[in-house]
Design a protein around this ligand. Structure first.
Ligand code: ATR
Length: 472
């Protein structure tokens, strides 16, 4: 038997793992350490050993022996095969009742598979989404753990301890069984991505307006405090332009580092038309926009050949800036609406019982999508759990106010040849869901006419086919 004294262990000591281990140590916990390449473990102890109580091990047997029981181990390695190999290797040294956590960015189906397999050994497996990048990992992330309630009882207090705090409340809650935590993290990444994409795109029309010869007085909108790194507020003091360039370059580097650290790959799946049948087009367009801009062969071939619009000048830059602000806000709301709808559908399909109010609460800290909007979401879902965020009365009112600017932004962008996929997709969604009967009825009719694909009717069940030609 025996057993060590460490409260928790971290396996995988690259940026995210090392910072989580330090965060745990800063909160007074004794932290067992292991990394495949021992040099990383040594470096962590050398550079940060004085920050708390670390117990480094050079092999997994020693690592497991250094942990108190039930053991709690967080694995922070590359998503995919590396995660499976590492989890397997760690699990060999675990006993019944121990808790094994994958804190990486696994796809939730992988998490479900792993949970099933470890359950057979009596080991509690927890897939935990950890948001906030390397800085969050060190100073307080938003944590989305899945897995069983028993596992959360053992692990939760530790995770809540190191999570971000908003109004004294930890940004960590038990999301639901098996893959629930990683699913919610995937949606979180998708919303975050759509938001960042919209902000980047939002810069373009305004820059375009400036090129049309209008001075740029008021600068670009800043949607919310705490986000200057995405939308730098304009400052026209001498030297400010150079400062802005440096700021943007630094923000870009941070952003890339963050995405690497968080392994944003699951985004590509978050963006695909959901297998749950939930339209997430605003989020998907943001992801597609990235792959289009990275598609350099096509872009190079098209650049000199495809011509832009002849006219299309922005006359009132100040108004455009204001309009872009409305478009940014509205698209963000649509991304949230789609993301929350996706969570509801997955929760229903898997019987997770995810509490959306709680999700909104823990997203408020530690990650970059913290927004006043989250507080409204939390309140709405705590009260009545609306079918869509868009229909929450005060949100619908604000959307109604934002829509003129939102529409003008999309129209101006189309007229001047500036791509705004996130704005346009979110507006299409808004206009689609608010309509009573959809052009979809017409599309069904056309498909039946051209390809005999049949159609459904509103007045009775079944599939119907009509000879539309009227020849006979
Ligand atoms: P980051 O992007 O934060 O630097 P990463 O590349 O996602 O990190 O993951 C790196 C971590 O995964 C490292 O701890 C790495 O171990 P090494 O330091 O030995 O390279 C670990 N890792 C990657 N592949 C692994 C594998 N097949 N088995 C075990 N650990 C692995």
């Amino acid at each position: 038997e025996g057993g060590g004294t460490a409260d928790i262990g971290v396996v995988g000591l690259a940026v995210m793992g090392a910072n989580l281990a330090r965060n745990l140590a800063h909160h007074g916990h004794e932290v067992a350490l292991f990394n495949r390449t021992q040099a990383r473990t040594d470096r962590l102890v050398e550079e940060h050993g004085h920050e708390g109580r670390f117990v480094p091990s050079s092999d997994l047997a020693g690592f497991a022996a250094s942990l108190s029981r039930p053991r709690k181990v967080i694995v922070m390695v590359k998503a995919g095969e590396a995660t499976d190999l590492t989890l397997e290797a760690v699990a060999e040294h675990l006993d019944e009742g121990d808790v094994l956590v994958d804190g990486g960015n696994a796809h939730y189906l992988d998490t479900q598979r792993r949970e099933r397999s470890y359950k057979r050994k009596g080991v509690h497996f927890v897939g935990a989404g950890i948001s906030g990048g390397e800085e969050g990992a060190l100073n307080g992330p938003s944590i989305m753990p899945g897995g069983s309630a028993e596992a959360y009882a053992v692990l939760g207090p530790l995770l809540e301890d190191i999570s971000a705090k908003v109004e004294g409340e930890p940004c960590c809650t038990h999301i639901g069984p098996d893959g629930a935590g990683h699913f919610v993290k995937m949606v979180h990444n998708g919303i975050e991505y759509a938001d960042m994409q919209a902000h980047r795109r939002g810069l373009r029309p305004a820059a375009h307006g400036r090129a049309a010869g209008r001075p740029h007085r008021r600068g670009l909108p800043r949607l919310e405090r705490g986000r200057p790194r995405l939308v730098p507020h304009r400052d026209h003091r001498p030297g400010a332009a150079a400062g802005r360039r440096r700021h943007r370059a630094a923000a870009g580097r941070r952003d890339r580092r963050r995405r690497r650290a968080e392994g944003h790959r699951p985004l590509d799946r978050a963006g695909s038309p959901s297998s749950l049948g939930v339209p997430v087009n605003a989020i998907a367009e943001a992801v597609f926009a990235r792959s289009t801009s990275g598609h350099t062969t096509v872009r190079e071939a098209a650049r000199g050949v495809l011509r832009g619009p002849g006219g299309g000048q922005v006359d009132d830059v100040d108004r455009l800036v204001d309009d872009v602000r409305q478009a940014l806000w509205a698209s963000k709301v649509v991304a949230y609406a789609q993301g929350l709808d996706h969570i509801r559908a997955a929760s229903d399909a898997n019987g997770w019982g995810v509490d959306v109010a709680e999700v909104a609460r823990i997203w408020r800290g530690g990650c970059i999508i913290r927004a006043r909007l989250l507080e409204r979401i939390r309140r709405a879902w705590a009260e009545h759990g609306p079918a869509t965020l868009l229909a929450v009365p005060d949100v619908a009112d604000d959307l109604a106010r934002a829509q003129d600017g939102w529409r003008r932004t999309v129209a101006t962008a189309v007229g001047t040849g500036v791509p705004v996929p996130a704005f346009a997709a979110s507006l299409a969604y808004y206009d689609t869901v608010r309509r009573d009967r959809l052009p979809a009825a017409l599309v069904q009719g056309l498909r039946d006419f051209f390809g005999a694909h049949t159609y459904e009717r509103t007045d009775r069940p079944g599939s119907f086919h009509t000879d539309w030609s009227g020849d006979r």
